[in-house]
Design a protein around this ligand. Structure first.
Ligand SMILES: C[S@@+](CC[C@H](N)C(=O)[O-])C[C@H]1O[C@@H](n2cnc3c(N)ncnc32)[C@H](O)[C@@H]1O
Length: 286
């Protein structure tokens, strides 16, 4: 422990060992200049466990029977969970104005649509998608499922609760807020109609054995998640997304993210307000 404060010192060597464990399992990568951030975010946890050095914490993560669940807690403390309703609105307009009508036509015979919000944090993205589906007025009587997944159990329990604070509404219009939310004790609650379309589950995007259980989906939203991954992990996640998408299914990334230098398997689709990726119907030239 350093004199005069309550942080525990993390050596560069120990930082790299913990960082590499997180990276291998979850894809998230911390450059060497993140050492103090990691130190700050994990110190309290280490003290809660009754440990007094990061050497011991590393040993705990690696060898203790609770190591895997402790790793989930560490990742939760280390990652950014920032999210809000109707984030990146131009992309959502492209989804509502171009993708949903196209899916409505193409999936009309099966009347089933599956959408995956991968890395959904506390659920605002999944609920936003559900509101857009309802707003479209096209899918009444369909089997529509929006599956929100995240590695953080803490965020998923917030998502399931469906009660949000003011910060989640920074880009939500009064109209949408009035239509789909109500004020309750402790916050603002999403209404049942939206909620029943959404299901949440814990899933590590790099865990291929569990990702297959999702089955195939028509759209994947994975926004502001892969930016924290190293290249190899991004490539792995994208290849898992490819396998989970139905032919002609869409992949929507965050506005700072692209597949450049990561994958050539998808086609780029120019929509009215955005560029999105699509799994081609037929794979050419194999
Ligand atoms: C910044 S939030 C993005 C939330 C939402 N997609 C949005 O754009 O508003 C990133 C989320 O990705 C999750 N995440 C990071 N690595 C993950 C992994 N390997 N598997 C699943 N979720 C992960 C984090 O827990 C975090 O909640």
């Amino acid at each position: 422990m350093r004199f005069g404060d309550c942080s525990v010192h993390m050596s560069l060597e120990r930082f790299r060992l913990i960082r590499d464990m997180v990276n291998t399992r979850y894809g998230i990568f911390f450059a060497d200049d993140s050492r103090f951030l990691m130190e700050n975010r994990l110190t309290e946890r280490l003290l809660q466990l009754g440990l007094d050095s990061f050497d011991d914490y590393h040993h705990y993560l690696k060898y203790h029977p609770d190591g895997p669940s402790e790793m989930e807690i560490a990742v939760d403390l280390l990652t950014t969970h920032e999210t809000y309703f109707f984030r990146e609105d131009y992309q959502l307009r492209a989804f509502a104005n171009d993708i949903l009508p196209e899916l409505h036509r193409r999936l009309a015979s099966r009347r089933r649509m599956m959408i995956w919000s991968a890395g959904c944090s506390s659920g605002e993205e999944a609920y936003t998608i559900a509101m857009l589906v309802l707003e479209s007025g096209r899918f009444r009587g369909w089997d529509v499922r929006i599956f929100g997944s995240d590695v953080s159990r803490r965020m998923l329990s917030r998502a399931r609760k469906g009660i949000f604070q003011q910060a989640s509404f920074r880009t939500t219009s009064e109209e949408m807020r009035g239509r789909y939310f109500s004020q309750v004790e402790g916050g603002i609650r999403i209404n049942e109609e939206v909620r029943t379309l959404c299901h949440f589950g814990q899933l590590n995007l790099l865990d291929e054995d569990r990702v297959v259980f999702l089955g195939c989906v028509d759209v994947i939203f994975c926004r502001n998640v892969l930016i924290y991954f190293d290249k190899k992990s991004k490539m792995k996640a994208i290849s898992l997304f490819y396998d989970r998408l139905n032919p002609n299914g869409y992949l929507l990334l965050g506005h700072t993210e692209s597949l450049i230098n990561l994958s050539t398997a998808f086609e780029l689709v120019h929509l009215s307000e955005d560029l999105v990726y699509r799994r081609p119907e037929v794979v050419h030239g194999t």
